[in-house]
Ligand binder design. Structure first.
Ligand code: MEZ
Length: 556
């Protein structure tokens, strides 16, 4: 749907202020950055994670007493999809050395490393191989690849600062020092990053970076990376991929080691038991829980399944008390609501503007500070732009890109978004995009260490399901890096574990029984079941009359 007459009237104000903003930019003017104190205040007052009532204490499980968003509490404090007494643990359906749960960036990178280490590997994925947030990532991957100008030292400081120094230092050290080797590994596998005429990498700024360090493939960087590693995995011998088979429970053995998982066939509703010497949780994030009622950039399967599996098996969670809201999610047209509008636009000079066509925030503040400023402008200052659907947002002035970088620069660097908006009869080279913060990333997750290990022997984790790398706020470009660095590490170490330390033993689901007992004591409704596997967008009134297995749980 093209902009309405009313919105076009508001766009005229943006056009009026544009020549002066452009002239100032050419003279080197940048909107003043917030001081640390201003940032803190803005977060406290406007960031959804800092709002009164945004957290709920966990009452059971390994992180009892810790406050997480109520939507996360709901899935962590829930009954299993399975009744442990009805699962025959003597009947093994699949046997492998390393089972990887999740077929996105972290899982696929892990699989390649397991395979290189000469043991059998199986990826079990909920949807198709590659249906994941990695595939949808747009604006790039941070790597300090410019000797003399940048170094992992600056990358470390930016990442810690962006995360409010709540990050686990050893994890950040590993992230930034492994980054260059990951970039060259990807290139070696055939990933095509944007380059300068002399063959060097094009690098740019995103929010919170003190050096230009973000490497991109236009505005489809995640798709390019996922294409590369998925093709590699599918073409190598020895990597088995099970699609539409999400894991619903981990299996431990009598020694307390992880020994496999129960998978659920989405099509036939059958359960399958996978025996493995080591398991890697790489299930991604939880944007489809729509924390705080926000729209999301996340893929359809991002329902926090790995958090549930790990928590029930005994892993603590951390850093889930803040959620990342990406500053720029589309809010017009209605069917594009929540869609990621890459931060790269702001890195390239697109201004954030209120209804008067005025800037109100430095565009490259870290995400939490930038999102809070947009919310403030709409909610408190009252200078947001109303949409026909009753929402309020601000402008992202995309036509600045061609004015700064030359004709067709936008089409060349943002072809993905240009095409999407063209379908709605909006030409973003000429008209700005209406945006509002959108739920983008699970900052925290399961506790793990820099070797990919968790406290359960044989259980590894990597990517968005984990907590500690990104602190309380992830910087743009650090999630693609996270999945690849820690996916590879988990793959390598899980393979070594499978070859050496893994210890066979009798299977058990006693951890599920124990968890159920706590739920019983707490009086949790038996209809609260997790992992939820897929978001439910059906009308609640219709749902009440659909007492099918889907809503009653499954094998119960
Ligand atoms: O890392 C991200 O989340 C990222 C770069 C997103 C984006 O704005 O494109």
């Amino acid at each position: 749907m093209a902009y309405t007459y009313e919105l076009k009237r508001f766009i005229r104000r943006v056009e009026e202020t544009r020549p002066e903003r452009l002239a100032k930019r050419k003279e080197g003017y940048v909107f003043p950055k917030m001081s640390l104190v201003e940032k803190e205040n803005r977060l406290r007052m406007f960031h959804p994670s800092y709002k009164e009532g945004s957290l709920q204490e966990l009452k059971i499980g390994p992180s009892k007493g810790y406050g997480v968003p109520p939507e996360i509490c709901e899935i962590l404090e829930a009954w299993s999809r399975i009744d442990p007494d009805r699962i025959d643990l003597s009947k093994v359906d699949f046997e492998t050395d390393v089972l990887i749960i999740g077929g996105g960036g972290a899982g696929t990178a892990a699989a390649l490393l397991v395979q290189e280490n000469g043991v059998k590997v199986t990826i079990a994925t909920k949807l198709r191989h590659g249906d994941a947030n990695t595939m949808m990532a747009e604006g790039g991957i941070q790597v300090a690849s410019q000797p003399g100008k940048d170094s992992p030292y600056y990358h470390y400081l930016d990442t810690m600062g962006g995360g409010h120094f709540a990050n686990v230092p050893q994890l950040v050290y590993t992230l930034v020092t492994q980054a260059p080797s990951v970039l060259y590994w990807l290139e070696g596998l055939g990933a095509m990053f944007d380059k300068n005429a002399d063959g060097s990498f094009k690098v740019l700024h995103l929010g919170g970076t003190c050096r230009k360090r973000v490497h991109v493939a236009a505005d489809i960087t995640g798709a390019e990376i996922m294409r590369t590693i998925r093709d590699e995995a599918r073409n190598r011998k020895g990597i088995e991929v099970l699609e539409f088979l999400p894991a619903v429970e981990l299996i431990l053995n009598e020694h307390g080691h992880c020994a496999g998982a129960i998978l659920y066939n989405l099509e036939t509703e059958e359960y399958h038991l996978v025996k493995a010497k080591a398991v890697i949780l790489a299930t991604g994030g939880s944007g489809r829980l729509h924390i705080g009622g926000f729209m999301t950039t996340n893929h359809y399967g991002a329902t926090g399944d790995g958090l549930v599996l790990g928590y029930r098996a005994g892993l603590e969670v951390c850093l889930l008390h803040t959620t990342q809201y990406h500053p720029t999610g589309a809010i017009f047209p209605e069917q594009a609501e929540g869609l990621l509008i890459t931060e790269k636009f702001r890195g390239a000079g697109a201004h954030l503007l209120n209804i008067d066509g005025d800037q109100f925030v430095f565009e490259r503040e870290p995400r939490d500070a930038c999102a809070s400023s947009i919310i403030r402008e709409c909610v408190q200052v009252g200078k947001g732009i109303p949409t026909p659907a009753g929402k309020v947002g601000v402008w992202l002035d995309t036509p600045m890109i061609d004015l700064i970088h030359g004709e067709r620069a936008l089409i060349k660097n943002f072809i993905g978004k240009y095409k999407i908006f063209k379908r709605y009869e909006i030409d973003i080279t000429k008209e700005p995009i209406l945006i509002y913060p959108t739920l983008h990333y699970q900052n925290g997750g399961l506790k793990f260490n820099e070797t990919g290990e968790t406290v359960i022997p044989g259980l590894y984790a990597a990517g968005e399901v984990t907590g500690g790398v990104q602190g309380e706020n992830r910087l743009g470009g650090n999630s693609l890096l996270d999945v690849l660095v820690f996916g590879r590490i988990a793959g390598q170490n899980a393979a070594h574990y499978a070859k050496g330390r893994a210890k066979d033993g009798r299977f058990t689901l006693d951890h599920v029984r124990k968890f159920h007992k706590e739920l019983e004591e707490m009086g949790v409704d038996r209809k609260r079941i997790s992992p939820i596997l897929l978001p439910d967008y059906s009308n609640p009134l219709v749902r009440e009359h659909q007492l099918t297995t889907t809503y009653e749980g499954t094998l119960r």
